[in-house]
Design a protein around this ligand. Structure first.
Ligand SMILES: [Fe+2]
Length: 284
């Protein structure tokens, strides 16, 4: 356990990723530690606030202390109103209208790769748990990049990857009908650098389930690289796995991590409430 200069109690959960913060809910909502939490987020990838038990309003308030509240995945506020800033995360189609597409949340990914400016951070709170499964894992893509060999770093520098909704749809259903395929093909896709060169001077890998192909490579060479780098980035030494308790809150840096949920039954009742901090820099 370390106490920061300003008195925040921080306990690292794994060497390369994840810290637990033990703080009083009122102090967190006051924004007193917002700057420190932002800095920790970049350094540690994911921060866990055990059993903090925020209401939706409090979660939105806390999220707002960290940056600009996002109202959709684009990271752009499209409407005002606190309730709309909370999204229900559930695989149960009776609970969440996007439950079907959330099947992709079981695959390693970062959010917003088909947008110019992906969201900066996500805030997730556990409302109901599955009796079995449903842990969440995060992988530190800054640490994974930094641990690559000099040869690998050089070989992938300058490469671009096309991320697409088509790829996401094919993850859910590898045998799309032609009509489904055409719909997915017409939905957002974007070419992004494989290496995110951040304003802070650090670099991270942009891989995961939205990555369709590397520009200028053959199909198999492209897959070879994308699969190898995803496997590299999600090795145990870069990963933190969280076993949720009701009321736990997790905040993660979407720009320097991958995340996924571990499988759980869609009718298990598992329900998470999510809010987001708008992106502040594009990948390219
Ligand atoms: Fe996600």
């Amino acid at each position: 356990m370390a106490i920061t200069d300003r008195g925040l109690a921080v306990h690292d959960l794994a060497p390369n990723i994840g810290s637990r913060i033990d703080a009083d809910a009122d102090v967190l909502l006051s924004g007193k530690y917002a700057k420190e939490i932002r800095a920790l987020l970049e350094m540690r990838g994911v921060l866990i606030f055990p059993r903090i038990g925020f209401s939706d309003e409090q979660q939105v308030e806390f999220t707002s202390t960290l940056g600009t509240l996002a109202f959709d995945y684009n990271g752009v506020a499209v409407s005002e109103g606190k309730q709309q800033a909370i999204f229900k995360v559930s695989l149960d189609e009776a609970v969440s209208p996007t439950a079907r597409s959330l099947k992709n949340s079981l695959l390693w990914h970062l959010d917003g790769t088909t947008h110019e400016t992906p969201i900066l951070a996500s805030v997730l709170s556990a409302r109901q748990l599955a009796p079995e499964g449903g842990d969440t894992e995060w992988a530190n893509t800054y640490a994974a990049y930094e641990a690559l060999s000099a040869d690998d770093k050089q070989a992938i520098d300058g490469l671009r990857v096309v991320h697409s909704n088509l790829q996401l749809q094919r993850n859910i259903n590898p045998e799309l009908s032609y009509e489904q395929f055409r719909r997915a093909r017409n939905s957002p896709a974007r070419s992004q650098p494989l290496i995110w060169k951040h304003r802070n001077g650090r670099k991270s890998l942009v891989v995961g389930a939205t990555a369709g192909f590397v520009e200028g490579m053959t199909h198999d060479d492209s897959l070879d690289l994308l699969v190898r780098l995803r496997d590299w980035a999600t090795q145990p030494q870069f990963v933190y796995r969280h076993h949720w308790q009701v009321g736990d809150l997790a905040v993660w840096d979407n720009t320097g991590t991958l995340h996924r949920a571990l499988p759980y039954a869609p009718d298990s009742g598992r329900l998470m409430h999510r809010s987001m901090v708008a992106g502040e820099e594009s990948i390219g």
